[in-house]
Design a protein around this ligand. Structure first.
Ligand SMILES: Cc1ncc(COP(=O)(O)O)c(C/N=C2\CONC2=O)c1O
Length: 406
């Protein structure tokens, strides 16, 4: 079957954050915030969900579950769920874990909030590398814990871990947890096994737990290989792995993820305190993703590869002073445009008001992201072409101050 990633899908009236939540999420504003563009005129390249139809195999599984007519309280009881997850991990990552280590959550963000509470004591600290997905900071703040940031080294857009700094911060006795993003949002790095080995050794040697957030692990550029952190440390139970097909198959709204907890004590706390009931449609969808998602994912990766190649060529030609490299994973383009705009410009507001493009910028990624914008490329090529046209127009002609013609 050939999937249509060029289809333009109307999401209005579906309570989508993507179309209706941007004023509050990006601008911390109310619904009456005005722009020179109608909402439907915006090119939306901000939040990380896709503009592609959730795979038909997954939608069919949800319909089949609906046809069972009753949607009562549910949990994952059917062993077929673990089989589906386990087969996927074996096939894609040559990695396995015991069935009893597998827990589920209402999404990875909620899992992070809970795990930080269950792992850390009051007045302890949480270590992350920056720039970072903003909810890593929120998970620490939600639990009233100090966040410790280790800035990634940025060499002309190539990001790497500053291991001296990372270890210095991990050696602080108050640092008891590291939330590590593997692959990394927003840089798109797929950490090498050597980098992962060093991160794990530093953390474990300094008695720092690790939550390895691997939600982006299926979304690799062709030829790239993901290694679950836990796979490199089979003898430790101090690494918690969070994964979900929600990012891979565009079903984040179903709020369902896997949390692999090797440590028995932590697992007991999770089982005692975590609200165990789950949405039966989410269970059906997630199992179907792992059982039937291969071909869609294969075609998605090719489409994304082509989108990234297009953006790479476009930026080289029309924004030659920007710094951009095709990321090894994710569907997010992280572009340093500092050469085109003064540091004090509010980039999301600038592009929303001048270009009619909704995007996120480095200030939304905790620290160490100044001058950068992040573009969601999981959308039809036609949308990307228009978004880039508008962005390059206002950057090149920014002093004219007139909104771009849509
Ligand atoms: C590293 C990482 N962890 C967790 C999540 C969310 O997991 P969920 O709660 O949906 O299971 C995201 C989504 N990233 C987003 C979502 O919008 N913009 C982003 O960068 C993410 O990038």
């Amino acid at each position: 079957m050939k999937y249509d990633f060029d289809e333009i899908i109307d999401r209005t009236g579906t309570n989508a954050m993507n179309t209706d939540g941007f004023r509050q999420y990006i601008f911390n504003a109310t619904e009456d915030m005005k722009f020179p563009f109608k909402d439907e005129e915006f090119i939306r390249m901000w939040i990380a969900d896709m503009e592609f139809a959730t795979p038909p195999e997954i939608r069919e599984a949800v319909k089949e579950r609906l046809d069972r007519k009753i949607m009562g309280y549910s949990q994952v009881f059917d062993p077929a769920y673990y089989e589906a997850v386990s087969n996927w991990m074996n096939r894609y990552y040559d990695w396995s874990f015991p069935k009893e280590h597998l827990e589920t959550s209402h999404g990875i963000i909620p899992a992070l909030y809970e795990l930080v509470e269950y792992i850390c004591k009051p007045n302890e600290k949480v270590l992350i590398v920056t720039p970072s997905y903003g909810f890593f900071k929120s998970a620490a703040e939600h639990n009233h814990l100090e966040l410790v940031c280790s800035d990634l080294i940025n060499e002309q857009g190539h990001y790497s871990i500053d291991f001296a700094d990372f270890e210095a911060k991990a050696s602080d006795e108050q640092v008891t947890l590291c939330i590590f993003c593997n692959p990394h949002n927003p840089s798109g790095r797929v950490w090498t096994t050597e980098e992962l080995q060093r991160v794990g050794e530093i953390c474990l040697n300094h008695n720092v737990w690790v939550i390895s957030d691997e939600i982006h692990c299926d979304l690799l550029r062709t030829g790239r290989k993901h290694t679950p952190l836990s796979k490199l440390f089979p003898d430790t139970d101090r690494i918690v792995t969070c994964m979900s097909p929600s990012k891979t198959f565009n079903m984040a709204g179903l709020m369902f993820s896997n949390v692999i907890i090797a440590n028995e004590g932590l697992r007991t706390i999770w089982q005692t305190r975590h609200y165990g009931f789950k949405n039966p449609l989410s269970i059906a969808a997630t199992q179907a993703a792992y059982e039937h998602g291969d071909e869609w994912l294969k075609q998605l990766k090719t489409y994304l590869d082509d989108n990234f190649a297009f953006v790479d060529q476009y930026v080289k030609r029309y924004l030659p002073q920007a710094v951009f490299h095709i990321p090894e994973a994710t569907y997010l383009a992280w572009i340093d445009i500092a050469a085109y705009v003064p540091q004090n410009v509010n980039l999301p507001l600038f592009f929303a008001e001048q270009a009619g493009v909704l995007l996120e910028d480095g200030h939304m990624f905790v620290a160490n992201g100044g001058g950068c914008i992040r573009l969601n490329l999981a959308c039809p090529r036609s949308v990307i072409e228009e978004g880039l046209r508008r962005i390059s127009t206002v950057l090149v002609h920014k002093n004219e101050g007139e909104p771009v013609q849509v």
